[in-house]
Design a protein around this ligand. Structure first.
Ligand code: MEV
Length: 302
């Protein structure tokens, strides 16, 4: 049996601005999707959302897309694929990217195809585009390579020594619609929104410098400023604001939306001694909370 896992991700800063070619910084997190592959008499895909027999599978479009990618490279025989994940689906944490990346790597190992990480990231991005209609490279790239990465270049940055708390609101939102709503706002107020995107870009450039210095206080402050700007373009919600303010008043370095907003998740940077308090304070405001850290490995064989 082949076992592979791949991580989810958060945006330390820069979501929405990256759509306009600005900088952003993402980090992969120690919340993983695990995929195991073994020989079988028929194609079986199994996870918490159910069992699917036969091929290709409508129930698992990302897995079906990954199978197709490997089929294009070599002859394959039926397999049983078992998926488990610590990343809630549709939470803004890159769960579909992690499933796709892990499945491509697991199948490539199973059928003896050597794939560089660059190829895994490219193939996984193609699968996401096929399933969703459009997708940015970010989620699949960060899940494959791991660590802290500056976008769009993919430059590896130092990994800060900090706890990361994730607050999942339980509200799922459409990235496509949120990106479209920001675009409409920009059409109405181009100078203002371009100005906001420029400031988010300069935040990302400063966060990169502060990461090199290990200055977590400043990174937290910059994340808070980034949250204010995300609020200004209409992608925050009352629930997100409550979580963000509660986390900050309980001792976080910084707290902000991660991803498209409109629900999804909040990322909180926290000194480890304050994590427990923050978790307890924000719990009543969220669907789920997770104490995690930054992952440095990306996709890996277990
Ligand atoms: C969504 O996770 C991040 C956005 O910047 C959209 C994208 O980059 O594709 C809002």
């Amino acid at each position: 049996m082949i076992r592979v896992s791949a991580p989810g991700k958060v945006y330390l800063c820069g979501e929405h601005a990256v759509v306009y070619g600005k900088h952003g910084i993402c980090a992969s997190i120690s919340m993983r999707t695990r995929v195991s592959v073994e020989s079988s008499d028929e194609f079986i895909i199994e996870s918490f959302s159910g069992v699917s027999r036969g091929h290709p599978s409508k129930l698992y479009p990302y897995v079906a897309g990954a199978i197709k990618k490997i089929e294009n490279l070599c002859e394959i025989t039926p397999v049983k694929i078992t998926i488990s994940s610590e990343i809630p689906p549709a939470s803004g944490l890159g769960s579909s990217a992690s499933v796709t990346v892990a499945t491509i790597k697991a199948l490539s190992k199973m059928f003896g195809v050597e794939l560089e990480k660059e190829e895994i990231a490219r193939m996984a991005h193609e699968v996401e585009k096929e399933v969703q209609g459009s997708a940015s490279r970010t989620d699949t790239y960060v899940s494959t390579f791991g660590g802290v990465l500056m976008l769009p270049e993919g430059e590896k940055l130092p990994v800060p020594n900090t706890s990361i708390i994730i607050a999942f609101t339980g509200v799922t939102s459409s990235t496509k619609e949120l990106v479209a709503s920001v675009r409409r706002l920009r059409e109405r107020h181009p100078k203002v929104i371009d100005g906001v995107m420029e400031v988010i870009d300069s935040i990302a450039i400063l966060v990169k410098e502060r990461l090199k210095e290990g200055d977590l206080l400043s990174i937290g402050e910059l994340m808070n400023i980034n949250q204010g700007l995300l609020d200004s373009i209409g992608v925050s919600t009352e629930q997100i604001s409550s979580i963000v303010y509660r986390a900050r008043s309980s001792g976080a370095y910084g707290a902000k939306i991660t991803g498209a907003g409109g629900g999804g998740s909040v990322v909180i940077l926290s000194p480890s001694e304050n994590s427990e308090k923050i978790l307890n304070e924000i719990k009543p405001l969220c669907k789920e909370v997770f104490l995690t850290s930054i992952d440095t490995q990306g996709v890996r064989e277990e």
